[in-house]
Write a protein that binds this ligand. Structure first.
Ligand SMILES: [Fe+2]
Ligand SMILES: [Fe+2]
Ligand SMILES: [Fe+2]
Length: 418
């Protein structure tokens, strides 16, 4: 396996994916990263710790996949509900060698300074409190409107100063007051500038490249976030990945290509994070307007994945899962001659897994009903006939691959489910 991915681009892509969950707080994680880092700079934190702080801030809300929960958190949901996403984020990051570094500060990012556990350690305590600072500043900013942060900052500094010694450490508040005295601090929070601020950060400490099996862990993390969006999509990405791998094996793909196909399956629906829960869970046919929102998801998948250097091809296999051989799929209207075998495999696995799973508008299809649907899509010119034949010839094994609970999976590159 020769493919290597830089961890920094994987983290930035993950941050873009999390941004999609934002309702009217788009780029929340990025603004928190900027506020926390600028404050950390005035506290004299060394570059290495600032890099870590940025990574933790970008990912701090990775326990939130649902747009409904996102909205409640914006209105400062009650404490117990708030803590759930902190614990989820902590749990999700634990298994990953590099990212587990920031798991603890994410776990405590809503815990008041005066209540942080005594054994947390100075680095994690300060990091979690800086994230909380950024989170509170952004919430206050969002209440006033993001279109002109410099004008709308009035009152925010006073509100934050009032939290010193309770929710926020006095030294964090003092550094924030000093950092935010500068107009540029506020002007830089608008979308265009905050994006550039992050892209320009070298994040030297995250520049190491990880090999493809390790990147599989990041893909698994992304799939967990996407699959947690709704009970109707639970384990969908995992099932698609596992079935795509199985079909790829049967089709004779080489081992390194199989690993990439599996990763494409894990991440194919990452763009779905931008679709509001009410649309994903609607128990009826979507209106044309709702469908246009739903149709965006595979384009968003492409946008996020294709910007990870080294992942360009996998991005196509993942994002073309709603394309059709006859050219009538979406969103790129690719037709047979521009759809690789790997992309066709992910498309067949996606349809198969979705049929095997309950949806809000229909029940789960039993295994022996699935060939009828797949053959219908072949006749319509949507799915590849040879790959569908492979799935049907191996129906029981395909069904197991698509629906087996994660714990029972014979893992390719998937770490054991937690
Ligand atoms: Fe949060
Ligand atoms: Fe999809
Ligand atoms: Fe899907």
């Amino acid at each position: 396996m020769t493919l290597r991915i830089e961890l920094r681009s994987a983290i930035l892509a993950l941050s873009d994916a999390l941004d999609l969950v934002g309702v009217n707080d788009f780029q929340h994680g990025k603004r928190v990263a900027m506020i926390a880092r600028e404050t950390g700079l005035l506290l004299g934190l060394p570059e290495k710790r600032l890099d870590r702080l940025v990574c933790a801030s970008l990912l701090h809300d990775l326990g939130v996949s649902s747009t409904a929960l996102r909205r409640r958190l914006l209105r400062l949901a009650d404490r117990d509900e708030r803590q759930v996403h902190c614990e989820t984020g902590y749990r999700l990051l634990q298994p990953f060698a590099h990212l587990s570094l920031v798991a603890k500060s994410i776990r405590y990012h809503h815990t008041p300074w005066c209540e942080l556990p005594g054994d947390l350690g100075e680095i994690d305590a300060l990091e979690s409190n800086l994230i909380l600072l950024g989170d509170r500043v952004d919430a206050l900013l969002l209440q006033r409107g993001l279109e002109n942060p410099l004008f709308n900052r009035v009152g925010i500094v006073d509100d934050i100063a009032a939290l010193a010694g309770r929710e926020l450490s006095p030294e964090v508040v003092a550094a924030f007051v000093a950092a935010s005295a500068c107009e540029a601090f506020w002007i830089a929070l608008v979308p265009r500038h905050v994006q550039r601020y992050l892209n320009d950060l070298l994040l030297t400490d995250w520049r190491m490249s990880i090999d493809f099996p390790q990147f599989g862990h990041v893909a698994r993390l992304i799939s967990s976030i996407v699959d947690a969006k709704s009970p109707f999509t639970a384990a969908h990405s995992l099932g698609v990945a596992q079935l795509a791998r199985f079909l790829g094996e049967r089709a004779g793909l080489a081992a390194d290509v199989l690993a990439e196909v599996e990763v494409a399956g894990l991440m194919h629906d990452v763009g779905k994070l931008c679709v509001p829960d009410e649309i994903v869970e609607k128990p009826a046919r979507l209106t044309p307007l709702e469908f246009s929102v739903m149709e965006r998801h595979s384009f968003e998948t492409y946008q996020i994945l294709s910007h990870i250097p080294g992942l360009e091809q996998v991005a196509e296999w993942a994002a073309f899962h709603h394309e059709a051989l006859n050219g009538h799929g979406y969103p790129f209207r690719r037709s047979a001659e521009r759809l690789s075998r790997e992309a066709r495999i992910v498309a067949v696995a996606d349809v198969f897994q979705a049929l095997a799973q309950e949806r809000p508008y229909r029940g789960r299809q039993p295994a022996d009903e699935i060939p009828r649907f797949l053959n219908h899509f072949v006749r319509q010119g949507v799915l590849d006939p040879d790959l569908v034949a492979l799935a049907i010839d191996n129906l029981d094994a395909s069904w197991r691959a698509a629906t087996m609970p994660p714990a029972e999976r014979v893992a390719g590159l998937l770490p054991p489910a937690r």
